[in-house]
Design a protein around this ligand. Structure first.
Ligand SMILES: Nc1nc2c(c(=O)[nH]1)N[C@@H](CN(C=O)c1ccc(C(=O)N[C@@H](CCC(=O)O)C(=O)O)cc1)CN2
Length: 294
């Protein structure tokens, strides 16, 4: 069994990006600039945006964090997005999700300039991705593809079962795994809360990508020998530690890992890859922005 070490691979990617940025600096070029908008005080979201800002510092990107209160209206957020769209110094930006309930998420994501949409959530970029066109791929699915690629995990002709149909992970993942090329060319089943007999489906899977958010949902008896397991779950479970919680994935790692050929841990698997691939998208946005100006 091989552990797909997202922490290590994400560090490798960050080093590669830093080398690119060092070259830009040596040539007197402007470095990529990422902005992150966070609305409200959700603890997990603040952690993730903090990690994004620190990752920017680590690779030499410029970053801007825009903090808005929990009572921000949809119009106020749309105004901020308009400002970021027009700010020529910013190459790409993200709106940290989830948003407070008074804000319509789809409306907000549609307001982001597709050329600056480094999360790949705008319908135009999502459509391009679905049509195999070059575009920004959402960071978590992009990170999973990169992990499979760097560990040479065979996906061609395999049966991939995706658990969860969220717009951020499950839905794009189901499209990407079925695309032509590597990693891809796999036969995909997308399962969700209305799926019947899920064990019957998961037990036939060569690759399982679980993005459900239910701790230890995937048990050893639900998978076959040599399965590849990608755990996207990151649930905060309250405990007596100083932090007050620990992170748990969707997979019963202890028992499933005994049957798996490859498996991601939580923490240290898909999560760190999400941040690294956001940086990669921002580098791409910078390059496209530079070419547009010339
Ligand atoms: N605008 C976006 N919002 C959200 C996204 C996204 O890609 N764009 N994804 C998730 C949250 N997320 C990034 O934003 C994210 C989640 C988890 C991690 C991570 O590194 N997890 C660590 C554990 C960290 C911890 O201790 O809490 C791990 O798994 O090892 C990074 C980014 C939803 N919102």
């Amino acid at each position: 069994m091989t552990i797909l070490d997202g922490k290590k691979v994400s560090n490798d990617i960050k080093n590669e990006i830093k080398a690119e940025v060092d070259k830009m600096k040596a040539n007197g070029e402007k470095v990529p600039h990422l902005a992150a908008v966070i609305v409200g005080n959700d603890g997990a979201s603040l952690t993730y945006v903090g990690s994004k800002v620190r990752a920017c510092e680590r690779v030499g990107f410029q970053s801007t964090m825009v903090r808005l209160s929990n009572t921000t209206s949809e119009i106020e957020l749309l105004d901020k997005i308009d400002e970021l769209n027009k700010n020529d110094d910013i190459d790409g930006f993200i709106i940290q999700l989830p948003l407070p309930r008074q804000i319509n998420t789809q409306k907000v994501l549609m307001a982001v300039d597709p050329n600056k949409d480094v999360d790949g959530f705008h319908p135009m970029n999502f459509g391009k991705m679905s049509l195999d066109m070059s575009t920004f791929i959402p960071a978590t699915p992009f990170g999973i593809l990169e992990l499979l690629d760097r560990y040479n995990v065979e996906t061609k002709g395999k049966h991939t079962v995706v658990i969860g149909r969220s717009h951020i992970v499950g839905r794009p993942m189901s499209i990407l795994m079925g695309r032509k090329g590597f990693p891809g060319n796999s036969t995909v089943t997308l399962t969700h809360s209305h799926t019947k007999n899920i064990t019957q489906i998961t037990s036939q899977a060569d690759i399982i990508i679980s993005a459900l958010g239910i701790p230890h949902f995937l048990k050893a008896e639900m998978v076959k020998d040599d399965v590849v397991v990608i755990d996207v779950g990151i649930t905060r479970v309250p405990d007596d530690t100083e932090k007050g919680y620990h992170i748990t994935g969707d997979v019963d790692f202890e028992n499933v890992s005994k049957k798996a050929s490859f498996i991601t841990p939580v923490p240290g698997g898909v999560g760190p890859m999400t941040i690294a691939m956001l940086l990669k998208n921002t580098l791409l946005a910078r390059e496209q922005h530079r070419l547009k100006k010339h």
